[in-house]
Every structure is written in C-alpha cells, then in structure tokens.
Design a protein around this ligand. Sequence first.
Ligand code: DP6
Length: 372
Amino acid sequence: MSHNGAGVSEVTVRVPMNIALVKYWGKRDEQLILPLNDSISLTVDKLTAETTVRMIQVVGENTVEINGRRVELSSNKRYQTVFDEALRLQRKRKEDLNKNENKCITHHFEVISKTNFPVAAGLASSAAGFAAIARAIQKILNLNDTQANRLARIGSGSACRSMFGGLVHWKKGEKEDGSDCVAVKTESENWPDLYCIILVFNDERKKVGSSEGMRRTRETSTLLKHRIEYVVPERIEQVKKAYESRNFQDLARVIMADSNQFHAVCLDSIPPIRYLNESSWRLIELVEKFNQQEVKAAYTFDAGPNACVIVQKYDVPAFIRTLLQDIIIPSEDLKSVEEELKVSFDCPSESNSPILCSKLIVSPMGGGPADS
Ligand code: DP6
C-alpha cells in the first residue's frame, strides 16, 4: 500500500472470478444481498480483475472506471453502497480506538479496474470486480475477513466467494443483519489438477440481469422452494466430499445436475427466463458424448449462454479434440493452449453445422487473490 502526504492511500490487487458448482439464485434480503441458499465455488485463475483503489482524504466525487469506461454511479447504486459501508467501518474502528481526531474529515474513492474477460456476459465479471474493490479497501482500512466479505457481498453476492482461493462455501446464514452470512474457504487441500475450459458463445450483456431474474424466480417458482429446502443442502455436502476425496465423477455429476436445476428454476419462473442458447445445448451434447464411457467433464452455465467445462488437466487435450469436431474455435486461442500444454491439435474435419465460439480460455482453478 502506498500513502502520500496529501492523505491518499492506494492499493492495487488482482482477484479471480469464480464459478459456482452449486449455484446461488434468490435473495432473502435484497439490500444486504443475503441469499436464500448456500453456494459453493472455485475460482478461475486466469480470469481476473486488476483493480486500483485510491482512498482520498477530502470530500469529493467517487469515481469508478472499468476497462477504460467511466461507470455512471447514479444508475449503479451498488458502488455507493460499498463506499458508504467502507466509511462506516472506518468510523466504527476509530470510535473503537477512541480516536476522534478525524471525525469531520470525509473521504472519497477512485476505482480503476481492468478485467480480461467480457463484462456482464454471464461470466460473473461483477464478482471479480467487487471482490477486488473489497480486498483493496480491506488493505487500506485494515479490515478483518468477515468485514471484507460483507463489503464484497453487498457489491454483488457472488463476489464474496472470490475473496479466497480453494473450494469456497458461501453460507446463507440465518440472521437478519447478515452477520452470519459469510463465504469461507473449506478445509480441503487445493486440487490443482482441476481445470476449466470456458467457451464464450455470446459476449453481449444478458437480457435478464441476475437481480431481476432472482426476484422473478423467488416470487413465482415453486421448484425454487423445493431446491432450497431439499436439494442444495445435500449437494453442498456432496461437492465437499467429492472434492476432499478427489472423486471427479461424483463432483462432475453434482456440478451438471446443479447447473441444470438452476436453469430449470429460471424456466419455472413467470415469465420464464432462458439463459442457454442453441450453442449451449450443443456443448451439453458434446460433453455427454465425451462422458459416454466415463464421466470426465462437467459443464456448468451461469446466467448466460457461455459454458464453463471442468475437467482434470490431463483430459484437457482430449476434450478440446472433441470440441473441435463441432465447434469453430479462434485459432489464436487454440494456439495458446497448444503452447501452454505442449500438445498439438489436428485440423478438424468439416462439421455439417459448426457452432462458432468467439473465445476459448483454458485455466487452472482454485487460485486466490493477489496483491501488488
Ligand atoms: C447465476 O452475484 O451476479 O452466477 O448478488 O445480484 O449481484 P447479485 O447476483 P450475482 O449472481 C450470480 C448468479 C449465478 C450463480 C452463482 O454465481 O452462484
């Protein structure tokens, strides 16, 4: 962290996005962003938000810039909520320490963030962005993990899961004030062989945003009630157990079942919400084909058509060869996978109706945030 004499503290961090293996969908409190169910996730090491936060000790206007574009804060209240909460925590700490000297000084924040993946394309980009802001503010204000977790969560629910590496469990908690709603790193050792292959089929903004979608599902879906009460608790345990015992097949089955159920509750909403498109379905069929003898890959989709396929490192080349039968992958992306994994892919035979993928990313999973 750097301080300068003029009361400016500055921290830069890099935080990965995360992908839920058991999904969060539905809020019990929209203001505090408290979820209706637990969720569990892994980070995607290569997809990160690199974020610099400056806290400036004078009254001024907060500013946020993402990928070179200024965010209109009046139409995106979540940033303001995070900044207000940060200042509240800072005031509280000063009161606890009986330091009253700075009581009348107000601060403002400047945030500059760069992501290396499409924003709002169903790739949970807001998770990495808000987690990075929360982590940088944690460093500046010396907050504890629970406080930082809350800060990330009130920016975007899934962001609190990007605050740690490894398998992360976001507990919904019971309390109205959200004090027991936290994401924690599970005790399992990291599983470094887990890789994910992300296929971007569409990098436009999603039609129904998560908040609106969750509200609609909570108000209208009967399947959601069943999911929350009977399905999710068991799946969280199954994921933990499979991860801990390195049982890929069990892990993969739960991941796919939960992605399917998440999209089923979306369809069960009125009006129904459809996030998957034709390309997503073709990808599901390819994974099924790949898994015919043995389950070696697991697909999962968030609130958009783009796919995340989880495989073990040594199955990455074979899975990409399967993809190439039906999917046109940008050659520069394929080349970088060849270089990284020291493999080579043959030119695919002509497919009757190939699917276009605009970006393919292969990444290890489970890494944590980094400070610079
Ligand atoms: C489908 O965290 O983006 O990706 O809390 O309203 O910001 P808000 O929603 P957000 O929702 C993510 C939903 C999901 C599933 C998941 O990541 O668990």
